[in-house]
Design a protein. Structure first.
Length: 260
């Protein structure tokens, strides 16, 4: 039996009911499917039962990818990639109306989400994103303004993604058992009325303003733009803290930043 690698954040999902519940979040039959981090293929097997048109699997662990390639070698519509998802061009392999599944390694899950939010072409070719996160991180992603978990990740996610459904998964559903609970989030891409050219600009703005999240924004805002210009357009109160500002204001500030 292959043991998990801590360096790759491996915790294998073994609860068959949860696996079915995840795959049933969307209609897989006849669709193009991408799976990130399949591990030993528990979720993969369930996806295949639903008869996808194609299945592309991205697995960083060489041994696991080799085993999966052998396991599914008779299925011509299944292709495996032994790649690091953070370096791999997933946008390039996306087919129209794809579903992307991912039981993501906890240590890089937010980076993977941001990578997908930053796809060059939007709306993207995928139309469904079903990801697993550590519960604490999941709460930050789905949080709405105003709430204690509201912050950078929810501002970025909310710009391009709509949350359809979420549910928690206990540590008992995995081997080895992690020390934390998990959360499944089902996203759909959405269009925003704000016209931000580069998502990296929004990333930069939120990074700067949330670098001192307990302090008023009046000092950090000067690193971005002439704050009088920001006030004239947004009527923003400079005594606010970053978590007290609506997402729409961040999008407006980013638009101004890109124009300048």
């Amino acid at each position: 039996m292959k043991f998990s690698k801590k360096s790759l954040g491996q915790n294998f999902l073994i609860d068959k009911n949860i696996i079915r519940k995840i795959v049933d979040l969307d209609k897989v039959e006849g669709k193009h499917v991408i799976e990130i981090g399949p591990g030993k293929g528990a979720l993969t097997d369930q996806i295949l039962k639903k008869k996808p048109k194609t299945l592309l699997i991205i697995e960083k662990d060489f041994e696991l990818e080799k085993n999966l390639k052998e396991k599914y070698k008779t299925l011509k519509f299944v292709k495996t990639f032994n790649e690091d998802i953070l370096k791999f061009d997933i946008e390039k392999i996306c087919n129209k109306n794809s579903i992307i599944f991912g039981n993501l390694p906890y240590n890089i899950s937010s980076q993977i989400l941001v990578k997908i939010i930053k796809f060059k072409k939007w709306p993207p070719k995928f139309n469904s994103l079903i990801f697993m996160f550590q519960k604490e991180l999941g709460n930050k992603i789905v949080s709405r303004f105003p709430s204690k978990n509201y912050g950078r990740l929810s501002i970025l996610s909310n710009y391009r993604l709509k949350v359809l459904k979420k549910f928690n998964i206990t540590a008992n559903c995995f081997f080895p058992k992690p020390k934390v609970s998990s959360m499944i989030i089902h996203f759909k891409p959405k269009l925003n009325t704000f016209k931000i050219k580069q998502l990296s600009s929004l990333e930069l703005i939120t990074n700067i303003l949330f670098s001192n999240k307990r302090k008023m924004i009046n000092k950090n805002i000067k690193k971005i733009l002439n704050y009088r210009k920001i006030i004239s357009v947004t009527k923003l109160d400079m005594s606010l803290r970053p978590s007290e500002i609506k997402p729409e204001i961040y999008y407006k500030i980013t638009e101004l930043f890109e124009k300048n």
